[in-house]
Design a protein around this ligand. Structure first.
Ligand code: NAP
Length: 285
């Protein structure tokens, strides 16, 4: 059996085209969606991510700007800027690119962002709302995965779902979304005993590990939906997921590729969250 491929690149493009009308309607009402991305330091990977986020906004008619600081900037300066943006009615989304330099208290910075502008969904208030099954902003990567399930007509209710990885950015919010959707969820980590025993019974398997080709064909239940969140750079410069794609393609029922799978969905859902924030603001006025 060869798995059906869930094409994240095509789905991302389809969704972004669909966003344009919503952005136009908001702009016409004086609520052009606006996103500010704050970048501290000059990490090359972060610079690429930030550029893609800003360009993604501009391409569909949104307002977006990048604010950059030298890596030596003090936390108080960044907090002052966040406070200013919190009060700016033209800005609907504020995002601080992670990771921050070591002298920063990451949690304090994320908590300083107004919860109703926290388009990354990392603020404790938004994490709590998600845990209660009443999300305001869903973290972008797992939000993108949920859209891929929708596109692949994957019914999650009553399914065995296994998430490998428990990070705040991917694993944990992914597990919460699957719980909310009625799946029976197991979250594995580096200390999990008998990982194979867990993955082999998964109808839905999400890999968010950060290790190239970690999930091999023998770990996958025949017909399972395999979602590869991993983005790993190989020594030859090529991108590789956490799943051994060629091997698992022959066992899975549906699978996401890397590149062209979850990656393009993440920024797309950041755009979605910013538009949703602007729509909520417009509705409240
Ligand atoms: P992370 O914070 O490093 O978390 C990795 C998780 O994998 C941890 O919970 C870790 O367990 C677990 N793990 C490590 N080795 C394991 C093992 N042998 N068995 C079982 N679990 C194991 O990484 P992350 O931020 O969640 O990112 C995961 C991957 O997704 C990375 O490749 C990252 O680049 C990628 N990513 C992609 C996107 C996208 O847009 N597609 C977005 C974000 C991240 P412990 O907690 O016990 O250490």
């Amino acid at each position: 059996m060869t798995a059906q491929i869930i094409d994240g690149k095509a789905l991302a493009e389809e969704l972004r085209q669909g966003f344009k009308g919503r952005v136009e309607a908001l702009t016409a009402k004086g609520h052009k969606p606006g996103l500010v991305v704050i970048l501290v330091g000059a990490d090359p990977a972060s610079e690429v991510y930030v550029r893609n986020k800003v360009n993604g906004c501009l391409a569909i008619g949104m307002h977006s700007e990048k604010i950059t600081y030298d890596a030596t900037v003090d936390q108080a300066t960044v907090l002052d800027k966040i406070a200013e943006l919190n009060a700016n009615p033209a800005i609907h989304g504020i995002l601080v690119q992670l990771p921050l330099p070591k002298h920063f208290d990451e949690e304090a910075v994320l908590e300083a962002i107004a919860a109703d502008k926290d388009v990354d969904g990392f603020h404790a208030e938004n994490v709590g709302a998600l845990a209660q099954g009443n999300p305001r902003f869903i973290p972008c990567t797992p939000y993108g995965v949920m859209k891929m399930f929708e596109k692949g007509n994957v019914d999650l209710s009553g399914k065995e779902a296994v998430v490998i990885g428990r990070s705040n950015i991917v694993g944990k919010p992914m597990a919460l979304l699957l719980i909310n959707a009625g799946a029976t969820v197991t979250v594995c980590n580096s200390r999990t005993k008998d990982l194979l025993g867990h993955t082999r019974r998964a109808d839905i398997l999400v890999a968010a590990v950060g290790k190239p080709k970690f999930v091999t064909a023998d770990m996958v239940k025949p017909g399972a939906v395999v979602i590869d969140v991993g983005i790993n750079r190989l020594p030859d410069g090529k991108l590789c997921g956490d799943v051994d794609y060629a091997g698992c393609l022959e066992v899975a029922g549906q699978i996401t590729p890397v590149p062209g799978g979850v990656g393009p969905m993440t920024i797309t859902m950041l755009l979605a969250n910013t538009i949703e924030a602007a729509e909520r603001k417009a509705a409240a006025n």
